[in-house]
Design a protein. Sequence first.
Length: 157
Amino acid sequence: MVRILFVCTGNICRSPTAEGVFRHLAHAAGHRDTIETDSVGLGGWHVGDPPDSRAIETAARRGFDLSDLRARQIRVADYAEFDLLLAMDRGHYREMVGRAPRESVDKVRMFMEAARGESAPSVPDPYYGAHAGFDQVLDMIEEGARAWLRELEENWL
Protein backbone atom coordinates (compact mmCIF):
# COMPACT_ATOMS: atom_id res chain seq x y z
CA MET A 1 0.00 0.00 0.00
CA VAL A 2 1.33 3.43 -1.01
CA ARG A 3 0.07 6.26 1.19
CA ILE A 4 -0.01 9.83 -0.14
CA LEU A 5 -0.74 13.00 1.85
CA PHE A 6 -1.70 16.25 0.10
CA VAL A 7 -0.86 19.41 2.06
CA CYS A 8 -1.94 23.06 1.83
CA THR A 9 -2.58 25.92 4.24
CA GLY A 10 -5.97 25.15 5.78
CA ASN A 11 -7.09 21.95 4.01
CA ILE A 12 -10.24 23.43 2.46
CA CYS A 13 -9.23 24.30 -1.12
CA ARG A 14 -6.11 22.88 -2.77
CA SER A 15 -5.21 19.79 -0.75
CA PRO A 16 -8.74 18.31 -0.54
CA THR A 17 -9.19 18.99 -4.26
CA ALA A 18 -5.91 17.18 -4.95
CA GLU A 19 -6.95 14.30 -2.71
CA GLY A 20 -10.37 13.97 -4.33
CA VAL A 21 -9.04 14.16 -7.89
CA PHE A 22 -6.13 11.80 -7.24
CA ARG A 23 -8.35 9.31 -5.36
CA HIS A 24 -10.86 9.30 -8.23
CA LEU A 25 -8.14 8.70 -10.83
CA ALA A 26 -6.42 6.01 -8.73
CA HIS A 27 -9.68 4.13 -8.15
CA ALA A 28 -10.59 4.36 -11.85
CA ALA A 29 -7.17 2.87 -12.67
CA GLY A 30 -7.81 -0.10 -10.36
CA HIS A 31 -5.74 1.06 -7.38
CA ARG A 32 -8.46 1.15 -4.71
CA ASP A 33 -6.52 -1.38 -2.60
CA THR A 34 -2.97 -0.26 -3.43
CA ILE A 35 -3.05 3.53 -2.96
CA GLU A 36 -4.42 5.37 0.07
CA THR A 37 -4.89 9.14 0.20
CA ASP A 38 -5.49 11.85 2.77
CA SER A 39 -5.11 15.62 2.94
CA VAL A 40 -4.19 18.08 5.67
CA GLY A 41 -3.55 21.72 6.38
CA LEU A 42 -0.51 23.20 8.04
CA GLY A 43 -2.84 25.28 10.21
CA GLY A 44 -5.82 24.15 12.25
CA TRP A 45 -8.32 26.94 11.48
CA HIS A 46 -10.71 24.68 9.55
CA VAL A 47 -10.38 21.33 11.35
CA GLY A 48 -13.57 19.33 10.84
CA ASP A 49 -14.87 21.56 8.06
CA PRO A 50 -15.76 20.33 4.56
CA PRO A 51 -13.86 21.77 1.60
CA ASP A 52 -14.77 25.29 0.46
CA SER A 53 -18.11 25.21 -1.38
CA ARG A 54 -16.44 26.67 -4.49
CA ALA A 55 -13.92 23.81 -4.53
CA ILE A 56 -16.70 21.23 -4.13
CA GLU A 57 -18.77 22.82 -6.90
CA THR A 58 -15.87 23.19 -9.33
CA ALA A 59 -14.72 19.60 -8.78
CA ALA A 60 -18.27 18.24 -9.08
CA ARG A 61 -18.70 19.88 -12.49
CA ARG A 62 -15.82 17.68 -13.68
CA GLY A 63 -17.02 14.53 -11.96
CA PHE A 64 -14.90 14.63 -8.80
CA ASP A 65 -16.62 14.23 -5.41
CA LEU A 66 -15.08 16.06 -2.44
CA SER A 67 -18.18 15.98 -0.25
CA ASP A 68 -16.91 13.29 2.16
CA LEU A 69 -13.65 15.09 2.98
CA ARG A 70 -13.07 16.99 6.23
CA ALA A 71 -10.16 19.23 7.13
CA ARG A 72 -7.52 18.16 9.58
CA GLN A 73 -4.15 19.54 10.62
CA ILE A 74 -0.84 17.83 9.90
CA ARG A 75 0.64 15.76 12.75
CA VAL A 76 4.23 14.69 13.35
CA ALA A 77 3.06 11.06 12.93
CA ASP A 78 2.01 11.82 9.33
CA TYR A 79 5.68 11.97 8.32
CA ALA A 80 6.13 8.33 9.35
CA GLU A 81 2.72 7.07 8.21
CA PHE A 82 2.81 8.42 4.64
CA ASP A 83 5.16 7.54 1.78
CA LEU A 84 4.77 10.90 0.03
CA LEU A 85 3.77 14.27 1.46
CA LEU A 86 2.94 16.57 -1.45
CA ALA A 87 3.10 20.32 -0.85
CA MET A 88 0.89 22.61 -2.91
CA ASP A 89 3.31 25.54 -2.85
CA ARG A 90 6.92 26.44 -2.03
CA GLY A 91 5.99 27.94 1.33
CA HIS A 92 4.28 24.71 2.35
CA TYR A 93 7.29 22.76 1.13
CA ARG A 94 9.74 24.79 3.21
CA GLU A 95 7.56 24.57 6.32
CA MET A 96 7.04 20.83 5.91
CA VAL A 97 10.76 20.18 5.46
CA GLY A 98 11.43 22.29 8.54
CA ARG A 99 8.96 20.24 10.62
CA ALA A 100 9.98 16.84 9.23
CA PRO A 101 11.98 14.36 11.25
CA ARG A 102 15.38 13.92 9.57
CA GLU A 103 14.49 10.46 8.22
CA SER A 104 11.34 11.78 6.52
CA VAL A 105 12.63 14.89 4.72
CA ASP A 106 12.94 13.03 1.38
CA LYS A 107 9.24 12.14 1.50
CA VAL A 108 8.28 15.82 1.14
CA ARG A 109 7.84 16.81 -2.49
CA MET A 110 6.11 19.49 -4.54
CA PHE A 111 2.72 18.47 -5.92
CA MET A 112 3.49 19.66 -9.46
CA GLU A 113 6.93 18.01 -9.49
CA ALA A 114 5.80 14.81 -11.23
CA ALA A 115 4.23 16.86 -14.03
CA ARG A 116 6.74 19.66 -14.40
CA GLY A 117 10.03 18.44 -12.89
CA GLU A 118 12.40 20.14 -10.49
CA SER A 119 11.13 23.64 -11.27
CA ALA A 120 7.57 22.68 -10.35
CA PRO A 121 5.33 25.72 -9.94
CA SER A 122 3.22 26.34 -6.87
CA VAL A 123 -0.50 25.66 -7.10
CA PRO A 124 -1.96 29.12 -6.31
CA ASP A 125 -4.38 29.56 -3.42
CA PRO A 126 -7.81 30.38 -4.90
CA TYR A 127 -9.47 31.18 -1.55
CA TYR A 128 -9.40 34.99 -1.71
CA GLY A 129 -9.87 35.28 -5.47
CA ALA A 130 -12.66 34.95 -7.99
CA HIS A 131 -14.45 31.70 -8.80
CA ALA A 132 -12.31 31.33 -11.95
CA GLY A 133 -9.30 30.70 -9.70
CA PHE A 134 -10.83 27.39 -8.63
CA ASP A 135 -10.99 26.30 -12.29
CA GLN A 136 -7.33 27.25 -12.79
CA VAL A 137 -6.34 25.33 -9.67
CA LEU A 138 -8.36 22.30 -10.77
CA ASP A 139 -6.62 22.34 -14.17
CA MET A 140 -3.23 22.21 -12.43
CA ILE A 141 -4.39 19.58 -9.94
CA GLU A 142 -5.69 17.30 -12.68
CA GLU A 143 -2.34 17.60 -14.48
CA GLY A 144 -0.37 16.93 -11.29
CA ALA A 145 -2.59 14.05 -10.15
CA ARG A 146 -2.34 12.29 -13.51
CA ALA A 147 1.46 12.70 -13.44
CA TRP A 148 1.77 11.32 -9.89
CA LEU A 149 -0.43 8.36 -10.80
CA ARG A 150 1.87 7.58 -13.76
CA GLU A 151 4.92 7.97 -11.49
CA LEU A 152 3.48 5.55 -8.94
CA GLU A 153 2.45 3.00 -11.56
CA GLU A 154 5.88 3.10 -13.22
CA ASN A 155 8.10 3.21 -10.13
CA TRP A 156 6.22 2.33 -6.92
CA LEU A 157 3.54 -0.28 -7.59
